[in-house]
Design a protein around this ligand. Structure first.
Ligand code: NAD
Length: 214
């Protein structure tokens, strides 16, 4: 995760609300914050939010808020900083004041962006959040499976069993989607000695890539 990207969800709100304030400088905004990383550091953001006429409620779900929970209180808010909370069209239809949804993370599958666009609600995401975490996790799983690390079960048995598994050196590895995460995974797999093949819906112009067709 790039340092400073934690500020982005708050910056996105500022951009949208500044436009509103140009029309009415006394306008006040109310924001719902559900994402734990921001909630934990709310003291850091308090000043900047207040300076921009933004008051906030922090409500932290166990994992993420369901649409039925969001429907109860979304009507009060001009903006949200959320995680994977379920902003489906039903929730958005109740969000009469909402101008901006700022997602802390990459994927916006939990937000009905078509419905949001129709209602003039801007949707932002943080494009490189967790890129490295996801890439290392994917490669970690690959090593776990090929080397049979699960078979060791060290935590339970407290024994070091020799389990050879399979080497990754010289193996053919395919990556579907050569974006931020795909590029990182390619780098790690090449370092492990794999032959890497790429598939991406967009034509990749980079030279010396081996392509995978599916
Ligand atoms: N679970 C998490 O914590 C987490 C974190 C980050 C990203 N993600 C998800 O991982 C995925 C990739 O993230 P990213 O940041 O690398 O995105 P990205 O936009 O940088 O890259 C995605 C790539 O996939 C390609 N692509 C799209 N559809 C394709 C298809 N049908 N066939 C082949 N290629 C296709 C695109 O052209 C693009 O190059 C996204 O779905 C994102 O939401 C999950």
């Amino acid at each position: 995760m790039r340092s400073g990207s934690l500020n982005l969800p708050v910056n996105f709100l500022q951009i949208i609300f500044l436009k509103e304030m140009k029309k009415n400088s006394n306008k006040k905004f109310k924001v719902l914050i559900t994402w734990q990383s921001i909630i934990k550091k709310i003291k850091v953001y308090k000043k900047i939010l207040n300076k921009n006429n933004i008051s906030y409620d922090c409500k932290q779900p166990k994992q993420c808020f369901s649409s039925s929970e969001l429907k109860k209180y979304i009507h009060q808010y001009d903006g949200v900083i959320c995680g994977d909370d379920d902003f489906n069209s039903d929730v958005l239809s109740k969000a009469k004041k909402l101008k901006v949804i700022s997602k802390w993370g990459t994927g916006i599958d939990s937000i009905d962006s078509v419905a949001a666009k129709k209602m003039g609600i801007k949707v932002f995401n943080v494009k490189d959040a967790f890129t490295d975490e996801v890439a290392t996790y994917a490669v970690g799983i690959l090593i776990y499976l090929t080397r049979g690390l699960g078979e060791l079960n060290i935590n339970k048995t407290r024994k070091w069993t020799k389990y050879t598994g399979e080497s990754l050196i010289g193996k053919n590895a395919g990556i579907v989607g050569h974006g931020r995460i795909g590029v990182k995974i390619e780098k790690y797999l090449k370092a492990l000695g794999c032959n890497v093949f790429i598939n991406d819906i967009k034509k990749i112009k980079r030279k010396k890539k081996k392509f995978l067709t599916i």
